[in-house]
Design a protein around this ligand. Structure first.
Ligand code: AMP
Ligand code: ZN
Length: 112
């Protein structure tokens, strides 16, 4: 979608440190990491938020992709957190669906 930050990352118009790409999905480093490992997983097609997602197969593939990615970057055994901030109360700031994959430190609960 024109003007969407993560559509521009997906197309290469905005540079990002890409760590994995497959089947219409892309993972790249978050520009403002909140953990030693902080990666974002996006579909290359524009979907504004989880609320707006209608393709449950795609959502399942995003989770599987994140699971594989966690193993590949070496955080799977110690553990990790996957976050999907959704709309205003969820704290979403970029309106292109993304999973946060956070690891490399112990996470706290409850989240802020
Ligand atoms: P959210 O608040 O869940 O919408 O998350 C948006 C995330 O995108 C934040 O963690 C930002 O640090 C991250 N972000 C914003 N711009 C960029 C960018 N150009 N490259 C990588 N990550 C970004
Ligand atoms: Zn987009």
């Amino acid at each position: 979608m024109t003007g969407c930050l993560f559509c521009k990352v997906a197309s290469g118009e905005i540079a990002a440190t890409v760590v994995k790409r497959a089947d219409g999905l892309l993972a790249f480093q978050d520009i403002n990491p909140q953990a030693p490992t902080h990666l974002l997983v996006i579909p290359t097609v524009h979907i504004a938020s989880l609320k707006d997602a209608t393709d449950d197969t795609l959502l399942g593939r995003m989770l599987g992709f994140a699971r594989d990615l966690a193993r590949e970057v070496g955080i799977a055994e110690r553990g990790y957190r996957i976050v999907v901030n959704t709309n205003a109360d969820g704290g979403q700031t970029v309106f292109h669906l993304h999973l946060h994959l956070l690891g490399g430190r112990a996470m706290r609960w409850p989240p802020g």
